[in-house]
Structure formats: structure tokens, C-alpha cells
Design a protein around this ligand. Sequence first.
Ligand SMILES: *Cc1c(COP(=O)(O)O)cnc(C)c1O
Length: 465
Amino acid sequence: MNLPYAEPYKTKMVEYIRPSTIQERKRWIKEADYNLFNLSSDKVFIDLLTDSGTGAMSDKQWAEMMVGDESYAGSQSYLKLKETVKRITGFEHFLPTHQGRAAENVLFSVLVHKCDIVPGNSHFDTTKGHIEFRKASVVDCTIDEAFDTTTYHPFKGNVCLNKLEDVLSRNTKDRIPFVIVTITCNSAGGQPVSMENIKVVSGLCKKYKIPLLIDAARFAENAYFIKTREAGYENKSIKTIVKEFFSYTDGMTMSAKKDGLVNMGGFIALNNEDVYKKATVYNIMFEGFKTYGGLNGRDMGALAVGLDEATEFDYLHSRIKQVAFLGEQLVEYGVPVQQPFGGHAIFLDANKFVPNIPRDEYRAQALAIQLYIIGGIRGVEIGTILADRDPFTHKNRYPELELVRLAVPRRTYSLNHMRYVAAVIKAIYDTRSKAKRGYRIIDEAPIMRHFTVKLEKIKQEAVTI
Ligand SMILES: *Cc1c(COP(=O)(O)O)cnc(C)c1O
């Protein structure tokens, strides 16, 4: 019998969220300089800004908060987490950090040097930021299919082997400290990478004697897609699949705020002892002693439980089905969204949604602002503002895709919330022909400008007949 899916958990505590009016929101977003990061959360009704650190912990994780061992050195919670990371990922060495970018900062302090090149599949913004900050650069080797939102490909996060081999063969080994594969690929729309692809990329890296790292923020969601889309994995458990893909690689950086099911945390796990030793020095300098790395003992305990819960099929199934439900509603309404749906988010295709708004007026940002004004929904621009300026020419970089990401926090919102979001977007879509002008930047930071950028609205000209 084919029964519908239902969440494998029930609610033990609720948190009220605050409705507001369109008039209020128009005022608030102007006061926030049209930057959704500047809004205080009480002015947001449904917060889909990010799935990072915004999920709900389980009762078992909260129980860990009570038994956390806050010893400076040798904390039992650290040992519990270390054992769990080893069991789930297979990596020998482990360093806790306060979040994912801290893991990048520590590890890249060891590995990345000036003029280096780091190939990968659409590097995440903090990953790219930490590489470019060291005067090195990234090369995006994602397959071309990732940039066409209309075609179906089960693993749009895959690395294009020709593009990768091109980079590896044209540069000397010492200029490429590692290849980094992001699973699932956030910047390409939460799209998964296949086991086959990881295996072949691993082979290519071995051929050129270059380490392969995984940006593992959503590794469990990636494993779900392998199980449900890749031949030969249907009957394997999520934990078996996870162990297999990590076995093809040399290490990982982790933002535990995603598939760690915690509100704060991260870690590095790897096999190379020499790199581990060097990274430990930076960890002590930037994060904290190697047995806490900027985390409380209780946080490490909750993360250990979270890693186990996140790698259970029933949880992943309900999570990914909920995201797909939002996507399916939008498709039914004719709204252009990236397909297949990503694991953690639905992406609106702003190039198709509001093509009349010029690209240099940040059309995806304009659409994100409209979602907030009409429905109190906070999404995020994944487009020109996020792409930053070229570090050498200081010109805007126009990415192929202009997206608005609606990231769904884990175990947090109901299907009714998803229905509401879809209805608001439909209302905006039905009046989209009126949107002709966007925004201009009045203040921006030199790197990762999207967090602090200030914008002003460009007036629509009065229509003259
Ligand atoms: C969130 C994220 C990071 C950075 O992690 P933080 O915990 O936000 O610092 C790195 N890579 C990917 C793919 C991410 O999604």
C-alpha cells in the first residue's frame, strides 16, 4: 500500500510568530535599506532566509544540553562527538569549530596560499571568501546543466570532469592545494552530487596527486538523493552511503548548523595527520582549545545526537518532501522555479519571473523584497549582489542565474506555512508585468557585500501616452 508520508515526530513546544500588515512592512524594509538581513525577526512572519542554525532540536538533543561536560580539556561531550564523527564519516582526525566558515578559516590557513587555485562546484560564498581573502582564486567546474533551470538532471551539483581536468592539467600541482566538492551544492540550488561523480573526481584528484575535500554542510541530504535517484543505492542505508562517499575523499569542512541539526557548530574532519597537527595550532589561535573549538560542551553533545538523527531516512524523507511540496505548489501556479527541487530550498528564477527589471538593478533582490512586502516572507537573493564584484576589475559579476532562495528550516514549519508561502508568490507572479525597475546600491563592503549592502529604490517613470 502506498501511504502518504508524515513527519516522524510531533510537537512538544511551540514558538509564536508575528503577523504584520503590508503598510508596516513597506516602512520596515525601507528603514532596513532594502536589505533583508537588516530586518529584526519580529518583523518577519515566515523566515526562509536560511536553513542555517534555524532548525528545531529534538528532545534528545535538549537532554544533551543538561549533561554537557564543560571541562576546558578532555570534555566528555567532545569525546562523544569525536566518536560520532569518526563512526559517521570515517575520518581519523577531528577538530570542533564554532561554525562552518571557522572550519574553512582554520583549514585554509594551513592549505591555501597566495595565487593558489581551488577548483570545485559552485563554491559557497564563505568558502570563496576565505579563498579570495588569501589572494587565491576559485574555478567553478560545475556541469553546464546546473545553469539551465528548465532541464531535468538528477545530480545538477556534479563536477564537470572535462572542466576539472582542464584546470588540473594546466596548472602545477603546488598551485592547487585541493579540490573542494560541495554536497549538496548550495550555490547551484541545493543540487546533489552523485556517488559516481564523487568517485570519478576522486580518481582524477589521485591521478594529479591533489587532495579532495568535501564541503559537507548538507551531506545527509545529498545521501538521501543518492539513495532515491542513483541506481544501486536504493537498498543501502543513509549511514552506509555517507560512509562510502567520504571514503573517496581526504577530509571535510562542516557547518553543523545545517545537517548537524544544531543552532551553532562546525568541524573539520580529515585523515592527514600532518595537516591535522598544523590546523590544531590555528584552531587554538582562532577558535579555542582543540577539545572545544569555540563550542560549549553541551553544544557538542547536541551535535553528536543531531548527526545521528540527520542520517536517518525517515527524517530526511519528510524534510525533503516538505521542500518539494512547496516547489510542486509553485509549479502548479506556473511560477518559474529551479528543477529538480533542491534539498533544503526552492529557488525562484528571477530572470524568468521579473525579466523587465534590468540586471544592473538587482532583479532577484527586487523580487525578494516584494515577497517580504506582500507576505512577510523573508527569502534571500542568490544573484548579482551575492556574486560580489570581481576582486581585480571591481566590476559587478553577473552570474548566469538570478535566484531568490526560499530555504526551509529543519523540523520547524508546517505544510500550511508552505501553502501560505506559495499563495503569496502566486499573487506576486500574477501582477509581475508591473515590475519594471529595481534598486541601486548606495553602500557596500568590499567582500561578502550582501550581508551589509544598503540599497535605494529606483522610481518607476510615470507612463506617458
Ligand atoms: C553554511 C555553509 C557554509 C558556512 O558555514 P557557516 O556555519 O554558515 O559558517 C559553508 N559551505 C556551505 C555549503 C554552507 O551551506
